[in-house]
Design a protein around this ligand. Structure first.
Ligand code: CP
Length: 312
């Protein structure tokens, strides 16, 4: 196991080496029993995590809260700007300063790209990006990688298709970069309007990572280990008519998976892109994937908070 993880914050997966990622995944494996309440941990005893959620969330927020409690810590937080003094005109910088004074680490979700990094530059406690607009979602990526490693034993040499909204989907922006560290054969399947942004493709090209782009899922579905589906995100479309034209571009159902040897992952929430008849098939890993947020976020919180303690 890698002995040192020196990052103070988790803002972008691009700042992580493969060793850093493996460190968190191995630690998460060790914390599984605590995550399932089969063992007790007090590693965050006396610590408070500040949850700053300015955008809706179910999995990220609840799994961070669960992770904190499983480690013996406590949390405080807001669910939206309207319930905080931001609604009275307070700046996000002042709000973050208040959170800093009340807690030992901050978890931040915001609709604007760059907010977590901005806050990490003005506070001294660790900052975790829990999703910033169409930017990054690094803790989701770590739990996605954890899910693949749990399933296949290794991430190396897997064949992964990222499907759906690759333009606005922050989960696939983070994930494609991380998969590039593992010699994964990546295929990006999307309608032409929702292709992976050039900036993300350039990152892969700089690192000599090969990828394929395809609009027809049927052309790749027979030769993949992981179908990573994503929601077409209505809230990020400037024009609702454009959204309506492509919202049903890739609908996954039980019949089309019948003779396939792959797992289906999805960061969730799904709307209708995965039919409910897939839920009870051998292909479904999306609910387990969401659960995996608990051990992975425990590993992140424990590492960052203990790093701070070690520095004193
Ligand atoms: N995957 C994910 O980020 O889900 P939530 O938006 O519910 O947190």
């Amino acid at each position: 196991m890698i002995e040192i993880f020196s990052h103070k914050n988790v803002i972008s997966i691009k700042e992580f080496s493969k060793d850093d990622i493996n460190y968190i995944l191995e630690k998460a494996t060790k914390l599984e029993k605590v995550a399932k309440s089969q063992e007790v941990s007090k590693s965050l005893n006396g610590k408070i995590v500040g949850m700053m959620f300015f955008e809706p969330s179910t999995r990220t927020k609840l799994s961070f809260e669960t992770a904190t409690k499983r480690l013996g810590g406590a949390y405080i937080g807001i669910d939206n700007a309207a319930s905080s003094s931001i609604s009275k005109g307070e700046t996000i910088a002042d709000t973050a300063k208040m959170f800093e004074s009340y807690s030992d680490a901050l978890v931040i979700r915001h609709e604007l790209e760059g907010v977590s990094r901005f806050i990490s530059e003005i506070v001294d406690v660790p900052v975790i990006n829990a999703g910033d607009g169409a930017g990054q979602h690094p803790t989701q990526t770590l739990l996605d990688l954890y899910t693949m490693k749990k399933e296949f034993g290794d991430i190396e040499d897997l064949k992964v298709a990222l499907v759906g909204d690759l333009k606005y989907g922050r989960t696939v922006h983070s994930l494609s970069y991380a998969l590039g560290l593992y010699n994964v054969k990546m295929t990006f399947v999307s309608p032409p309007e929702l292709k992976m942004p050039k900036e993300n493709l350039r990152d892969l090209e700089k690192n000599n990572i090969e990828y394929l782009e395809e609009s027809n899922l049927n052309k790749v579905i027979d030769d993949i280990d992981v179908l990573y589906d994503t929601r077409i995100q209505k809230e990020r479309f400037p024009d609702e008519e454009e959204y309506n034209k492509i919202k049903d571009a890739y609908l996954i159902n039980k019949k089309m998976l019948e003779d396939k040897n792959l797992i289906v992952m999805h960061p969730l929430p799904r709307v209708n892109e995965i039919s409910q008849d897939v839920d009870n098939t051998k292909h479904n890993r999306y609910f387990e994937q969401a659960y995996n947020g608990v051990p992975v976020r425990m590993a992140i919180l424990e590492t960052l908070i203990s790093n701070i303690k070690n520095k004193k």
